[in-house]
Design a protein around this ligand. Structure first.
Ligand code: ADP
Length: 417
């Protein structure tokens, strides 16, 4: 039966009756995951995330309710059909990689196919293709897990999960054993597989940053869904440093011209980087982006354009830009919520010419190669308790004498705070 729903849970409950007191691991959970969706389950330890994943994988069965995979109720499938579905339709990735230590990377990837009856030669060929899909070079194929880094081992585990060409990839804390940079690369890979190959991905994590890679984050607590957020956004605030005093000094006429240039620069870059203009008030822009990377690239492009404009202008102007990623509550055309306030406060402590980001934005964009980050600095943000670590973005600047090898820019030095 063709359906666009990859996974459906209907009134699903799971009780464990082992031990002196029964545990209600899941309680009447209803859920639909569309084909090609990337969903993350968040929640503290013991909230039922792994139980949920095991039910979707068909490893365990619910005490009450129905679990449907591609429209088929797992409970009504004979054992052999269920294990066949599990092997062919579902790929599983674990926190601990679960690779056979005596097998090479290629053997670790090819054995599920051999298990399904695919010939040795064909299994090896397809294992090679799967390793290629996760960007592992052929030189890695003959190494054993102990000879691979954590990130490479997890890529092998993902290749093994993908080799049977499943439609659904389930991942249980896949970045839990990796450092944050490698973790981001693995999540980036999952996002690419989701976007380019329409792979349905269900990720279990306790990390908000990991969850923000998904299109939908579902929070579990005590076996129930307590919150659902569709997508995260990065909010950017940009304004002109000393706008009021500049207006007094230069007069309205000249300031209008400056404002005009500034607005066209910002709007051009918003269009290039796929941003959404939420609000403009005087010299203040509030823009939302679907990804942190696009937002930072846009912010850097705006600063670059304004500094180029400053080189030809009698009155160079300095912008401060602040960025934060979070969940946005959309009501009409306005955004409210803490993420917006944090972004606004970060921009308020940025210096002229600076792009300042929260630690969340830094985590989500680190390793892109386009920019680096300065050391974190503690800032008390107005209206928010405690201090927040914020980071200045440093971007590549072409050498004046060649456009071949860029150097890290020190464009921060133009600060006029
Ligand atoms: P999470 O993955 O969010 O940490 P789990 O799904 O592992 O949560 O666990 C949910 C609850 O079910 C916990 O209270 C846990 O102790 C209990 N539980 C999980 N598996 C079993 C089991 N096999 N036997 C008994 N209780 C279990």
């Amino acid at each position: 039966m063709a359906t666009h729903i990859a996974v459906a849970l209907e009134e699903v409950s799971k009780r464990y009756n082992r031990g002196p007191t029964p545990v209600a691991a899941l309680h009447e959970v209803n859920l639909r995951i569309a084909r090609g969706e990337f969903v993350a389950f968040l929640g503290p330890s013991g909230s039922g995330k792994s139980t949920l994943l095991n039910l979707i994988a068909g490893i365990d069965s619910p005490t009450a309710g129905r679990v449907l995979i591609g429209g088929r109720d797992l409970a009504y499938l004979p054992d052999n059909a269920r294990s066949d579905l599990r092997l062919r339709q579902i790929g599983f990735v674990f926190q601990g990689f679960n690779l056979f230590p005596t097998f090479t990377a290629e053997e670790n990837v090819s054995w599920p196919l051999e298990f399904l009856g695919v010939g040795w030669r064909e299994a090896r060929r397809r294992a090679g293709e799967a390793l290629d899909r996760v960007a592992l070079p052929p030189s890695v194929a003959c190494r054993r897990p102990a000879q691979l880094s954590g990130g490479e081992q997890q890529r092998v585990a993902i290749a093994r999960a993908l080799v049977t060409e499943p439609q659904i990839l389930l991942a249980d804390e896949p970045t839990g054993n990796l450092d944050s940079h490698t973790g981001q690369t693995i999540l980036g890979l999952m996002r690419r597989l989701n976007a380019e190959q329409n792979l349905t991905i269900v990720l279990v994590t306790h990390s908000q940053v990991a969850a923000s890679h998904a299109q939908r984050a579902i929070e579990l607590r005590d076996g129930q869904i307590v919150r659902e957020a569709r997508g995260t956004v990065t909010i950017m605030f940009s304004d002109i440093v000393g706008f009021t005093s500049l207006t007094e000094r230069l007069g309205d006429q000249q300031m209008q011209e400056i404002l005009h240039t500034y607005c066209s620069v910002v709007r051009e870059q918003i269009a290039v980087h796929g941003g959404f203009e939420v609000k403009v008030q005087g010299d203040g822009f509030m823009i939302a982006f679907p990804s942190a990377r696009k937002a930072v690239r846009c912010a850097v492009a705006i600063q670059r354009s304004m500094s180029a404009f400053g080189e030809h202008s009698a009155t160079p102007i300095a912008l401060r830009i602040g960025l934060h990623t979070g969940e946005a509550t959309k009501e009409g055309y306005d955004f409210f919520g803490r993420s917006v306030i944090v972004a606004a406060r970060i921009s308020a402590v940025a210096r002229g010419g600076e792009v300042l980001v929260s630690s969340m934005v830094r985590e989500l964009t680190i390793g892109t190669g386009d920019f680096a980050f300065g050391a974190g600095r503690e800032e008390a943000l107005k209206g928010l308790s405690g201090t927040q670590l914020v980071y200045a973005v440093m971007w590549r600047r072409a050498r004046p004498d060649s456009d071949a090898s860029p150097v890290w820019g020190d464009e921060m030095s133009q600060s006029v705070a």
